[in-house]
Design a protein around this ligand. Structure first.
Ligand code: B12
Ligand code: SF4
Ligand code: SF4
Length: 405
């Protein structure tokens, strides 16, 4: 039986609500709010509609079971409330292999640096571990008062942004991210489901986007097909996480991103507010050739917290090969092709998926001679890439658009 001092069967426990909110702040949660845990019917309808239109691009996650991911009661029977928290990420990065750099401009001193791949801010470190730890402290407070509490953060069982919106933590930006007033969107989100009756936020946060549409215009692949609507089939943040071939149509657009994409947040004015300043220069970079030379254990020591389909590092190496193909200016500035050629030659003899992307990269970098050895030239995936490249060049010559190195 719950032992909370001011619990009442006819209304929310205001005292416990206060204690829980305080516990969250003490535990390092930057923004916190309470929502009721009734089913989120609107969100379920959005998920089902996007699935019907194919906008989910085959993603599972919350789409696997919309009835469950929008109904906290299916995860915690008897759930009455959600304590939702947002934790700012990327405050203590820029050490070790992850060098601090901007995602939107070429790194300074590029002439002296090897080709680098850009890691989205949230993926430099594991942002969920400290969030979950903080939410566990909140859950402990509830359990100490005799209630059941379960932490969910980035879990398929709950649509986190919808929960955070209902808890009055922020508004839905046109880039689909949840923006915290005065703090922007560089936050990860999670919730504590509980059967305690807590005092919910009185109203959602008002829209803060107004007439702005920088994210829609700033997306490199036009993946934001309408305000608040993302087509995952075009979104680089999803394409780097999928299995199989990296779609040819988006390889150049990937640029130097190896994991995640921050463009629709980089351009967002609230993220440029001085109050969001601690993380503005916090994007990470990785040496692309190192990514392609490292063995599985070495790689996992640095990037084991990423979502990697079936934990198969071939998909990370595939992305790295595309990034290498897009690193022409950096390779030219460096002037040392021996390491790049060695890496490409190795992957040209690897399995079909990697040989295919290595061939693409070699052609983008003008290293055609790497495809000449018989054991490489005779591979059908290499022949396919050569044909597609020739077609691209012919079509660019027709439009005068090819400005590749
Ligand atoms: C699937 C997923 C993705 C997919 C699809 C994202 C998407 N926008 O649909 C991909 C792989 C592309 C992705 C990318 C990213 N993700 Co993600 N992702 C998720 C996941 C697992 C599920 C999200 C989901 O259910 N989407 C389905 C759609 C329908 O819901 P939604 O994204 O919440 O969008 C809402 C709005 O679109 C709004 N809405 C509907 N109609 C309209 C109309 C208008 C006009 C407006 C304004 C809003 C609006 O309602 C929707 C439902 O609440 C959650 C974790 C979780 N369990 O919730 C993390 C999560 C959403 N991702 C997160 C992050 C950090 C990212 C990235 C920033 C990472 C990166 N740097 O690459 C990018 C951002 C890209 C982007 N613009 O969304 C954070 C978001 C934090 C925040 N402040 O919002 C989450 C919550 C993870 C976490 N626990 O912190 N992600
Ligand atoms: S994450 Fe990148 S690709 Fe996806 S919607 Fe945002 S800007 Fe576009
Ligand atoms: S860029 Fe503008 S429209 Fe997009 S989320 Fe930020 S404030 Fe809203």
């Amino acid at each position: 039986m719950p032992t909370s001092d001011s619990s009442s069967p006819t209304g929310p426990d205001l005292n416990l609500t206060r204690r829980v909110l305080d516990a969250a702040v003490i535990a390092g949660i930057d923004a916190v709010g309470v929502a009721d845990a009734s089913p989120m019917h609107d969100t379920r309808a959005v998920l089902e509609e996007r699935k019907r239109l194919g906008l989910h691009g085959g993603m599972q996650f919350t789409y696997r079971n919309p009835a469950r991911s929008t109904d906290p009661g299916r995860t915690l029977p008897g759930a009455r409330s959600m304590v939702v928290g947002a934790r700012r990420y990327a405050e203590h990065i820029g050490t070790g292999r992850f060098a601090s750099a901007s995602t939107t401009s070429e790194p300074s001193g590029a002439a002296a640096r090897p080709p680098m791949a850009v890691v989205a801010r949230y993926a430099v470190d594991d942002p969920y571990a400290p969030l979950r730890a903080g939410l566990e402290r909140v859950a402990d407070e509830l359990r100490a008062a005799g209630w059941v509490a379960r932490v969910l953060a980035d879990d398929n069982a709950l649509v986190d942004r919808a929960a955070a919106h209902r808890a009055g933590i922020g508004w839905f930006g046109k880039n689909t991210n949840l923006l915290v007033p005065g703090g922007g969107s560089w936050f990860v989100l999670g919730a504590v489901l509980t059967d305690a009756w807590l005092d919910p936020a009185p109203a959602p946060v008002a829209d803060g986007c107004g007439g702005c549409r920088r994210c829609l215009d700033g997306c490199p692949t036009d993946a934001l097909v309408a305000p608040g609507v993302l087509d995952a089939r075009r979104c680089l943040a999803w394409l780097v996480q999928t299995e199989g071939e990296f779609p040819r149509a988006f390889r150049r657009a990937l640029g130097r991103r190896i994991y995640g994409c921050d463009d629709c947040q980089e351009v967002c004015p609230p993220n440029r507010d001085p109050r969001s300043a601690p993380v503005v220069d916090a994007a990470g970079e990785l040496d692309v050739c190192w990514l392609l030379e490292a063995d599985d254990d070495e790689l996992l020591a640095w990037i084991g917290h990423w979502y990697i389909p079936r934990r198969d590092l071939a998909f990370v190496r595939r992305n790295a090969l595309v990034v290498l193909g897009n690193s022409g200016p950096q390779c030219v500035a460096l002037g040392d092709w021996a390491r790049v050629d060695a890496v490409l030659s190795r992957y040209l003899c690897d399995d079909d998926l990697l040989a295919q992307h290595a061939a693409w990269a070699a052609l983008e970098l003008g290293r055609h001679h790497l495809l000449e050895p018989t054991e490489v030239a005779s591979r059908s995936v290499v022949a396919d890439e050569l044909r597609a490249h020739a077609a691209d060049v012919a079509s660019a010559a027709g439009t005068g658009e090819d400005d590749r190195p």
